[in-house]
Design a protein around this ligand. Structure first.
Ligand code: ZN
Length: 309
């Protein structure tokens, strides 16, 4: 009897594991005649499809690539011609190898390829990422900007230095009036600044300002994480980053160190709405403090609870 119960429980938990892996729910948002946003598990994906074919911005996590491809095929059956990666994190480049092997040309800023070809150590994540296999690497790299002239518009990827990492791009679709921000914009939660990979808060502000200079009030903004945004959401994000930076700078000028500044809660007014999903207020303040001090790595706090993310 006991053994039977055990077996039943065992299979129940196995089923649960598979259910978790199968449970990726993709949601599709059509933003213009040709541009879509696809939410699944990992960074939000941008899709352009039309008379010239299909290309995508980012490709989420490696284990869900087959499911992702099915979700994309619901929008268009055409082969994927290009993938543009906004940055090198695993939740944005995970489909590269499979999609590249199927014939897509992988495109990214040169710093993405550099990081993907070498071991990456993250103090914040407390992990090490080995180099990617050759098939996952971008084969076309750019330095400043790159344009694709397809589906009735010239979509341009603009390199935005040292924000989320040192290799991010934002992609502007001028006819569709859409901007894909990659992880330079987290909508509705504090952003992750990957200090260990060349990120800084100042770079996030610069990228938001560049995007805002190309946007009007009806521009749809695809964030790396969080729900689809509008220009107003990006403006609010830029504004609270600037204000949080000023608050922390004031405390630095008063002679406080990082631990004292975290205790002073300089981001208090946003913590309840933005600091509960992933990045905590203490982590966010550390990103700002280290950015302002020019410290190019994350500083783990002595009392910090470890968070998975
Ligand atoms: Zn990222």
């Amino acid at each position: 009897m006991k053994a039977l119960l055990f077996v039943a429980l065992f299979f129940a938990s196995i089923n649960h594991l598979f259910a978790q892996d199968k449970a990726v729910e993709f949601s599709t948002f059509q933003l213009s005649d040709t541009v879509y946003m696809l939410k699944g598990r990992g960074g939000n994906i941008g899709i352009s499809t039309g008379e010239d074919g299909l290309y995508i911005i980012d490709d989420q996590l490696r284990p869900i690539t087959d499911q992702l491809l099915k979700a994309i095929r619901k929008i268009s059956n055409k082969p994927i011609r290009f993938v543009i990666n906004t940055h090198y994190h695993a939740d944005h480049v995970g489909g590269n190898e499979t999609i590249g092997n199927a014939g897509a040309v992988l495109i990214a800023h040169e710093n993405i390829r550099k990081r993907m070809t070498t071991e990456q150590v993250s103090i914040f994540m407390n992990n090490t990422t080995p180099p990617y296999p050759k098939g996952a690497l971008p084969v076309v790299t750019f330095n400043d900007r790159l344009s694709l002239h397809l589906n009735g518009e010239t979509a341009t990827a603009y390199y935005v230095a040292n924000g989320h990492t040192d290799g991010d791009s934002i992609i502007h679709f001028p006819v569709s009036n859409v901007i894909h921000m990659g992880d330079m914009f987290f909508n509705g939660l504090y952003p992750y600044v990957d200090l260990d990979a060349g990120g800084s808060m100042q770079g996030l502000v610069a990228a938001a300002n560049l995007a805002l200079s190309m946007a009007d009030e009806s521009t749809r903004i695809i964030p790396g994480h969080g729900p689809l945004g509008m220009t107003e959401d990006l403006k609010n994000y830029r504004d609270y980053l600037v204000q949080a930076g000023a608050n922390v700078q004031t405390l630095i000028d008063e002679g406080m160190d990082l631990v004292q500044i975290i205790a002073a809660e300089p981001t208090r007014e946003w913590d309840e709405s933005l600091g509960k999903t992933w990045i905590t207020p203490a982590q966010f303040v550390t990103f700002i403090y280290n950015s302002l001090k020019g410290i190019q790595h994350y500083t783990p706090l002595p009392v910090e609870e470890t968070e998975e993310g």
